[in-house]
Design a protein around this ligand. Sequence first.
Ligand SMILES: *Cc1c(COP(=O)(O)O)cnc(C)c1O
Length: 229
Amino acid sequence: MSGTVDPVLIAGRIAEIESALPAGIELVAVSKFQPVDAVRAAWEAGQRRFGESRVQELLEKIPLLPDDINWHFIGHLQTNKVRQIIGKTSLIESVDSLRLLNLIEKESNASGVMTDVLLQVHVAAEETKFGFSRQELEDYFASGAFRELSNTRLCGLMAMATNTSEQSVVRRDFAEAADIFRNISQSYGEQLPQFRSLSMGMSGDWPTAVEEGATIIRIGSAIFGPRIY
Ligand SMILES: *Cc1c(COP(=O)(O)O)cnc(C)c1O
């Protein structure tokens, strides 16, 4: 990972997004594939929440950066890597199967930590995106199995819209995710007081996500510029 980091540019973009964000909505700076210097520049501008999508990269960055960073894991998490990140994240946003949820619970229990997670809901048209369907989520909550979680806190949902420039399609996806989120909150909110976050919206579509009810947005390229793969 190399490339020129412009701290003034990064700080300016963060300030611009923050000033456009309604109060209470959390900005996650998605730092995947970005150099440590870029993360540090954002940190110096006051940013404390960062998103990473690969376990290896997250584990490499953590010791090189200030320890007051809240790391959000936002990528597909392979079950064989769960143990490596337990206790290192402030939020795992991309829990996309019950198998993964149960493993996070087991490893968190073994490590004696509480892990905050979001369940990823699949609303996009693409077949390839990971996540629970609306039906799968409804079945899971109706089963009451969430009450048995002792070391995992269900904090809400994460969603990605269809990858298209057509904002009507994107809006429909976000509205669907928000509807699922509201239904779960209404039915189970008393038992899950921390179920309050709806993470949706990226560089190209975050204003639409905010209009549809996002409480967390995840912005990469609009802060850091293009990723260096
Ligand atoms: C990469 C990524 C983002 C950020 O994408 P940008 O378009 O660069 O803002 C947001 N969410 C997830 C899950 C991602 O993988």
